[in-house]
Ligand binder design. Structure first.
Ligand code: GAP
Length: 562
């Protein structure tokens, strides 16, 4: 139970919000917040405190309405190679430099791909930055001061070990402690383990008249080098985070699996800072059930166990509440955008696998067709980076903790770090389906992720249909990426839109001329509703952005062509 208490210090009154809790049979009192110097102000602040708490506790929940994953009968297995072919055929992604024979590890996004990639980044930013009060963003430079990478340890230790296949001479990256028993993926040959070599991963470049510099291999370091400036110029208070989306470059020895491991990719990263002396998480751990694969389970060769992330925390499998919070939050970001929860697990890094800067790392992994792989790393980096930059630059990066009036160097309790391209693959794999009755591929992408939000068709050419359809198209175009299509029968146009993942098709038909209405077809059910032309944009906004039910916003109709 919480209550206001008044304390007198040197004849002045101070108000606090205290809470009594029974722990092991004894009542313990904890101060929840300082409420100021007047009774009236204290009551106002207490209400604000509970309002904020309520917001925090309801911030991240699974929204079942937003899930659009294919049904079991529609789910179509697709290999990574076939997905690459599909992406090329539909204009999502092309091999970079293809006309010159291709450039390994580099990919270009086509008209659909760039829209989808932008949507992923937009949704990530909205969820992690715009909707939160404790995270702000930056956009740092790609070529960064060379000292950055000395301080961070990348110059010395950012490298991979690789081995070469004795038969086909193709290289393969191995983890530093891995004994390669595997056969070559390309020809089945054996690897020459005696000739394992170290390969530096940072791309070098020359700045001006000869200064060597590096292209950043992670966006994170820019957050650390800018930390003090951001903290001093924004209204952040610990615990708080700084986010960034941007390109990263790694000279991968063996880029592979389409976009999964490339040499140029984009990262969406947050460094989440806390005061190391009072670092408990004030947020409720979001409800999320997932396969949990601890270091201990991996070493004892046990299977991962499905449980609530909050339960894994209670049982001590996940050590810190912040780690549980970020793992659940990241998992739910994917699920609420239509990813299939059954394809995810969380895996703890074994101690010998940890990066030089991390004391504990959990990966959010995804079941790719080529095995369980890292989708997003969530590392506890402590104050390794800030103290390294303090040492190397000679600058004081400490901040003043307003409550204790002490100068502290914050710790990064969690670093959620996700590759945009890996997220792109997840949404592709989980939405790709084949419908036998409709005899076509349907990309059941969440409307927020779908590259094209609606396709506008006149049912046939002429008779004034095109004029109305064009007007609707131009009106929708002001707000959404939509297309106008007159090629082939309406059925053919529907299937083309389905393959591109377009969630809605707007058709101008014979009745439109009379009743000033059109039909909106839902990609996944093929059901249609009739909506007044003047309301189309508003209806689509409600369905796409707020997740409202299309069938409650118009009159359901039966049409000949589904
Ligand atoms: N700042 C921490 C960091 O960079 P990381 O595990 O090396 O950690 C984070 O990378 C994420 O970036 C990965 O989980 C993955 O999603 C993405 N990523 C890393 N290397 C990649 C590559 N070569 N190609 C595509 N994505 C990559």
């Amino acid at each position: 139970m919480a209550f206001i208490v008044k304390k007198k210090i040197h004849n002045k009154e101070y108000y606090y919000l205290n809470e009594n809790k029974r722990v092991d049979g004894k009542v313990k009192t904890k101060t929840l917040a300082y409420l100021g110097k007047t009774r009236k102000g204290a009551e106002k602040k207490m209400n604000e405190f509970f309002e904020n708490l309520r917001k925090k506790q309801t911030a991240h929940i699974i929204d079942k309405n937003m899930q659009k994953t294919p049904s079991a009968s529609e789910k179509a297995e697709i290999s990574i190679g076939s997905l690459a072919t599909f992406c090329k055929r539909k204009g999502f992604v092309y091999q970079s430099g293809e006309i010159y024979g291709g450039f390994a590890g580099f990919w270009d996004f086509g008209p659909l791909g760039v829209e989808m990639k932008n949507n992923i980044k937009k949704e990530w930013w909205r969820f992690h930055v715009s909707e939160r009060e404790d995270i702000v963003g930056i956009d740092g430079s790609i070529i960064t001061h060379p000292k950055t990478w000395e301080a961070s340890g990348h110059v010395d230790s950012f490298s991979d070990i690789f081995v070469i296949c004795k038969k086909c001479k193709k290289p393969r990256k191995i983890d530093k402690n891995e004994v390669v028993k595997a056969k070559c993926d390309f020809c089945g040959g054996e690897y020459d383990l005696s000739a394992a070599k170290e390969f530096k991963l940072m791309f070098e470049t020359i700045v001006g008249e000869g200064g060597k510099a590096f292209l950043r291999p992670e966006t994170a370091q820019l957050i650390f080098t800018n930390f003090k400036s951001v903290y001093d110029t924004s209204r952040l208070k610990l615990p708080c985070g700084i986010a960034q989306i941007g390109k990263s470059f790694r000279n991968e020895i063996a880029p592979r699996d389409f976009l999964f491991r490339s040499r140029e990719f984009e990262q969406m990263e947050i460094e989440y800072f806390v005061n190391p002396e009072k670092s408990s998480c004030p947020y409720k751990i979001p409800e999320a059930e997932i396969l949990v694969y601890s270091e201990e389970a991996q070493k004892k060769i046990f299977n991962p166990v499905k449980m609530k992330i909050s339960e894994a925390l209670e049982k001590g499998i996940i050590k810190k509440d912040w780690h549980a919070y970020w793992l659940a939050t990241e998992f739910l970001w994917f699920v609420n955008l239509g990813a299939n929860p059954d394809n995810f697990r969380i895996r703890q890094h074994a101690s010998e696998e940890l990066s030089h800067y991390s004391s504990d790392t959990w990966d959010l992994e995804y079941k790719f067709p080529f095995g369980w792989k890292e989708l997003e790393g969530i590392a506890d980096r402590g104050n390794y980076d800030l103290s390294q930059h303090e040492k190397t630059s000679g600058k004081d990066l400490k901040i003043l903790d307003e409550e204790t009036k002490k100068k502290i160097l914050p710790s990064v309790i969690c670093e959620p770090s996700l590759g945009v391209e890996r997220a792109f693959l997840v949404f592709m794999f989980d939405s790709y389906s084949y419908n036998k009755e409709r005899e076509n591929i349907i990309l059941k992408l969440h409307p927020k992720i779908a590259p094209i939000k609606a396709a506008v068709f006149p049912i046939v050419k002429g008779n004034g249909f095109e004029k109305i359809a064009k007007d609707v198209y131009y009106d929708l175009k002001k707000e959404f990426n939509v297309i106008y299509d007159t090629g082939g029968s309406v059925g053919r146009r529907y299937s083309r839109a389905d393959e591109q993942g377009t969630p809605f098709a707007v058709t101008v038909d014979g009745d439109s001329l009379k009743d000033k209405s059109i039909t909106i077809r839902d990609r996944d059910t093929t059901e249609q509703v009739r909506v007044k032309i003047k309301d189309v944009r508003d209806v689509l906004r409600k369905v796409i952005i707020s997740g409202e039910d299309l069938f409650k916003l118009g009159k359901k109709v039966n049409t000949r062509v589904k």
